[in-house]
Write a protein that binds this ligand. Structure first.
Ligand SMILES: Nc1ncnc2c1ncn2[C@@H]1O[C@H](COP(=O)(O)OP(=O)(O)OP(=O)(O)O)[C@@H](O)[C@H]1O
Ligand SMILES: [Mg+2]
Length: 333
């Protein structure tokens, strides 16, 4: 039961410590002992929810920051089956202070992979169990597929990011119909986020064209739109505004959702960074979308800016140059 840098405690549903690894004892909680209650050694705000999930066998996973002296530690508690809670402790002090991007990256990737893999393993155990009713099995199969989709998306984002960071992405420039691109992005995202019932309004001229890399622009728009919907309140509204000004495409996506705390805004383009609004709302994601957007904007030579008011909403604006120099420009300002 030894991970390199993560402390692990296993408890039963009475929250009594059954087992722990050396890292936990050496790096996090020296007074840990089998047989003691976890509440004697840490204070975890969602302990009741975790406890109830373990008693009923409902899957549960939650991350919370906890502090040991000056150490900043992230504690993730996961219930994969009845009577068992897995408490994983990860020291994030170094990540916040050390500028070792590569190490951060590797640990973040493994961490991101660990959660869905753990959950899928738990689901498969339930599906394999002959006593699980067929209806429930079908439900777990669907949930397994959605976890695998999450892993697939993570891999796809990582590959795109590494392709961009290694400057291997070869842009293809052409005259792009902005309205059509926005309509396709709207359709894709409305379908993906259907249950949130967020209305998307496009305010743009149907004959607006820009000479740029259409697939890069599409990825930028879908990522920004996905954020705008994800961080909106249910039944909210998102407005996309696109217009040409002095040969530049000005495109903004505005939501009236949960917003971002002012001091966190400068960090949101870092890969794997997720602001505290996610922990508060439970919005899922990997913190890669905006890192990708940043690189894609560099490829298009575009500028991106964000205005956000915590709890009120966010507006992201990109200014994309029209790289066209000749007659194929179809822009109608
Ligand atoms: N429109 C928005 N409203 C509120 N918060 C936002 C918005 N867009 C981004 N954020 C904050 O910035 C963080 C980084 O965004 P980013 O798109 O990179 O990651 P993500 O949405 O968490 O995950 P994913 O990798 O799936 O995109 C988010 O986690 C969220 O805290
Ligand atoms: Mg995102």
């Amino acid at each position: 039961m030894n991970f390199v840098d993560e402390g692990l405690i296993v408890t039963n549903d009475d929250l009594v410590v059954l087992d722990y690894n050396d890292t936990l004892r050496d790096n996090f909680i020296s007074k840990v002992k089998r047989g003691i209650k976890i509440i004697e050694i840490i204070s975890f705000p969602d302990i009741n929810e975790a406890f109830e999930s373990a008693s009923s066998g409902r899957l549960f996973s939650k991350k919370t920051p906890v502090y040991f002296g000056l150490k900043r530690v992230e504690c993730e508690v996961t219930v994969l089956k009845e009577n068992r809670l897995y408490w994983i402790f990860k020291d994030v002090t170094a990540q916040e202070t050390l500028k070792n991007a590569k190490a951060d990256f590797v640990s973040a990737v493994s961490h991101e992979f660990m959660t869905p893999i753990g959950v899928v393993k738990g689901f498969l155990e339930i599906i394999k169990d002959p006593s699980t009713p067929l209806r429930l099995k079908e439900n777990y199969i669907d949930r397994t597929i959605s976890q695998l989709n999450r892993l697939e998306k993570l891999l796809d984002q990582l590959l795109s990011l590494s392709e961009l960071e290694m400057k291997r992405y070869k842009p293809i420039f052409s005259s792009v119909n902005v309205f059509q691109l926005l309509s396709e992005a709207k359709e894709e995202m409305s379908y993906r986020w259907k249950p949130k019932n967020v209305q998307i309004f496009i305010n743009s001229n149907e004959t607006l064209f820009v000479y740029t890399d259409g697939s890069a622009l599409y990825r930028i728009v879908t990522n920004l739109l996905s954020n705008a919907i994800k961080y909106s309140y249910e039944n909210g509204e998102v407005e996309i505004l696109a217009k040409k000004q002095r040969g530049l495409l000005m495109l903004s996506i505005e939501d009236h959702g949960i917003g971002i705390k002012e001091k966190e805004v400068p960090r949101i383009f870092e890969r794997f960074y997720r602001a505290s609004n996610c922990t508060q709302t439970g919005a899922k994601g990997m913190g890669l979308g905006l890192a990708l957007v940043k690189h894609l904007c560099e490829i298009l030579n575009a500028k991106i800016s964000i205005e956000s008011k915590y709890t009120l909403g966010t507006k992201v604006t990109i200014v994309v140059p029209d790289l066209h120099t000749g007659q194929s420009a179809k822009s109608h300002d």
